[in-house]
Design a protein around this ligand. Sequence first.
Ligand code: NAP
Length: 286
Amino acid sequence: MELRRLGRTDVLIPALGLGTWEMGGRDYPDFSRDVEVVEIVRYAIRRGVKLIDTAEMYGAGHCEELVGEAVKEFPREEVFIATKIWPYNLKFKDVFESLSRSLDRLGVDYIDLYQIHFPNPFIPLRETMKAMEKLVDEGKIRFIGVSNFSVKELEEAMNHLSRYDIVSNQVLYNPLDRLIEHEILPFCARNGITIIAYRPLGKGSLLKDPYRRILEGFGRKYGKTPAQILINWVIRHENIIALSKTMSKEHLDELLGGMGWRMEPEDYERLPELLSEAGGEQEKKS
Ligand SMILES: NC(=O)c1ccc[n+]([C@@H]2O[C@H](COP(=O)([O-])OP(=O)(O)OC[C@H]3O[C@@H](n4cnc5c(N)ncnc54)[C@H](OP(=O)(O)O)[C@@H]3O)[C@@H](O)[C@H]2O)c1
């Protein structure tokens, strides 16, 4: 298991975390696959994918309940639980209420990483960050993270913190979505903020034609599968971990094979170029 330091802390987290969007529902709870969800989360933890990322919004809380059910058979410290607070709940008082509901649903005494899901320009960030610091002081969360924050928003959030750091920013990143490389990635690297990259497989779309052919070419060179090439591309930087979601044990095993090796430096450059060329050609044809 390839490990990464979380922010500037001494805590090591796996370079691959398990995402849980659509597990237990989307905007509303969906109870139809509960058993499978609990099973895949437990399987991931047993395979060393100890970072589980959820959110109060996923399945309107049901996803947290399922993650809670899954983790209860492990010693608490063996699992790194990351969850997120929805942007409507960022007022000082609301932060404590949201956190307390998340703790209840997860059935734990503390959350490892509490992330602001999206910034909310209508609620002063100062209120939220002060509440976050108080939660760390109270031992209810270990680390403060954000998600979908620009550099400007990160700077503002950091300015409102006096005792703790922002350890992570969860953002979209894969070879065809490289917006973060302009500002966010260099800023986070300079400031010791871990990038938690969501949609490393483009929600599965990068594994389909025309991209699949290109990935298979790279796969032949390194003896890897397309999904492994994508995970490997995303985690090539020291301060990035990938967050992928799967309901399948076979897929999870496959994703694990994306870690622990490196491509030649020029292949990391060539891969996104070839993928976007293939995507462009496809568009011209259609
Ligand atoms: N902070 C935010 O705003 C935000 C936004 C989006 C996502 N996220 C988080 O990031 C996580 C990851 O995003 P994502 O779910 O879009 O990511 P993804 O890993 O790019 O895509 C997941 C999709 O790929 C498929 N898949 C996974 N492994 C595979 C494999 N080895 N072979 C073939 N297909 C495979 C999965 O289907 P199967 O289940 O069939 O394997 C699933 O449909 C989310 O679950 C969520 O926790 C956060």
